[in-house]
Design a protein. Structure first.
Length: 115
């Protein structure tokens, strides 16, 4: 009976410890998909094109970067809000973006902070 409890607790511990690894892999995959996409459409009808990817630190950390998008069909003033984006492959993203000028939006990613 003791051996059975040990095996069940060992399997449960391994299952729980693999959850953070799966979540971190899913987050990094969506980030890489978002960077690879050339043209993204928002729910508001805006077409965004990736202009640049900048690292805010000197060591080129892949967990901290800034994406700058140019808006192709501007319909009014850009707002600071969470944009619902859809890629050309049909994947949906929710990204908080701020306008940096009249035709550009900027998204800051910092995966070093786990709140």
């Amino acid at each position: 009976m003791k051996r059975r409890n040990f095996t069940q607790s060992l399997i449960a511990a391994l299952g729980v410890s693999s959850i953070p690894v799966g979540v971190s892999l899913a987050v990094s995959k969506t980030e890489s998909d978002l960077i690879k996409e050339n043209m993204i459409t928002s729910a508001d009808g805006l077409k965004l094109k990736l202009d640049s990817k900048i690292h805010p630190v000197n060591n080129q950390d892949e967990k901290q970067f800034i994406l700058t998008y140019s808006v192709q069909n501007l319909q009014g003033r850009l707002e600071e809000k969470i944009y619902d984006l859809t890629s050309s492959k049909g994947k949906n993203y929710q990204v908080f973006m701020t306008p940096i000028n009249e035709t550009q939006l900027q998204a800051v990613f910092n995966r070093r902070l786990n709140a």
